[in-house]
Design a protein around this ligand. Sequence first.
Ligand code: ADP
Ligand code: MG
Length: 436
Amino acid sequence: MENFTHLYWETLRQQFDRETFNAFIKPTALEIKDDTLFLSPPNKATERWLRKNIEEVVRDVIKTCFGRDFPIDYHTGSNGVLPEDTSPPPYQPRVKNDSNLPVKYSFANFIPGRANEIPLLAAKAIARGESAPNPLFIYGSTGLGKTHLIQAIGNEYIKNFAGRRVRYITARTFLNEVVQAFRLNRQEDFKRRYQNLDLLIVDDIQYIGGDKVRTQEEFFFLFNTLYEDNKSIVISCDRAPLQIKDLPRRLTTRFCAGLPTHITPPEFELRMEIVRQKAAVRGLALEEDAVYFIAEHAKANVRELEGAINRIHAMAQFQQTKASLALCRNAIADLIGMANILINPDLIKEKVARFYYLRTAELSSQKRHRSVVIPRHVAVYLCRQMTTLSLPDIGRHFGKRNHTTVLHSCRYVEERIKNDSAFWEEVKTIETSVKE
Ligand code: ADP
Ligand code: MG
């Protein structure tokens, strides 16, 4: 929670100017209870403003800290006094420059791997002022390190080139700026922010897709001005340029000009390394088998890995024990459950049945013929391997068999794959088809 409140204030301060922050965010206390974040704005108007302007950002913070989502709810008008520990710490000037960049992400804490090799090379080249793709367009799905990488570019660039102008912005904020500029007739302010930039970094550009013509026009104009002036542009996106919804062709073309580069989900070795380093930073001692276990099960993205480590860390502290393999297993049981949510006994039965030319129902039937019994063993074995169901639960999916029968099937398969390589192949083939 402490971690969370810190990041909460920090992030919101970065996103909004001081007046806005003081008017809407500062008077709003927060509390996490029953897996919900409760915000207590003093009145309805503030609530409306918060709902509209901060929820998305706050969800990101929640995800970063807890590795998962939970809902945001409001206790409006109820906060007489702000609890001491949930009110914002005193204002400190954050950065000396006007880059708008948080300083948390650097190359030093970005872990290299095959999944990010090419984007990382290009990123470093830009930060050093060497020749690099322009624009550098980095895409990949959520939680893979795009924001981290592009902010690292900015931070390093500022270090290397004192006096040059950098601006980091999310496409969402850009859109808000455009809207504000037109609504309040502040085009001059807007222009000033983007004048004479040496490096522009735009996060989550997919957000300007769709029916946002004015923003698209402004961005196109800005892009061209910088581009023709040989200034660097870095863009991140959750998908490839052509897949951005309703983006004018002329923008897509610009985005593709520097050759888009892809961050992919981390491979096993990278996941291992991330687990090791992130645990070390937190002072969490992990046995090698625990590292292996986490890397094996939290595979979707880096945010999920971090969430797993945070949870294990919290649980180990809470129970004041070492983070053993058993503890890790417990701590992230539901994460694993999530990843395997699509792998269930029905799917396994379907794949096994298809492989052996049986009907699915036969696997749960009482038939004792060898042509059914062995596939049934295989299906049971795969349920044991590929789901987190208990033995009795698995038994229930196979015509009310009890747990000793389930165990017998598992043993049969385990023993036979040791000596019968053709059988081993069969089982592996089916396992692969389940995962597809
Ligand atoms: P994205 O912007 O692609 O959704 P983020 O940059 O927000 O992803 O990354 C999610 C989390 O994972 C962040 O806390 C980030 O620091 C971490 N992360 C991602 N990739 C790496 C990496 N290669 N090394 C270290 N941390 C990483
Ligand atoms: Mg991001």
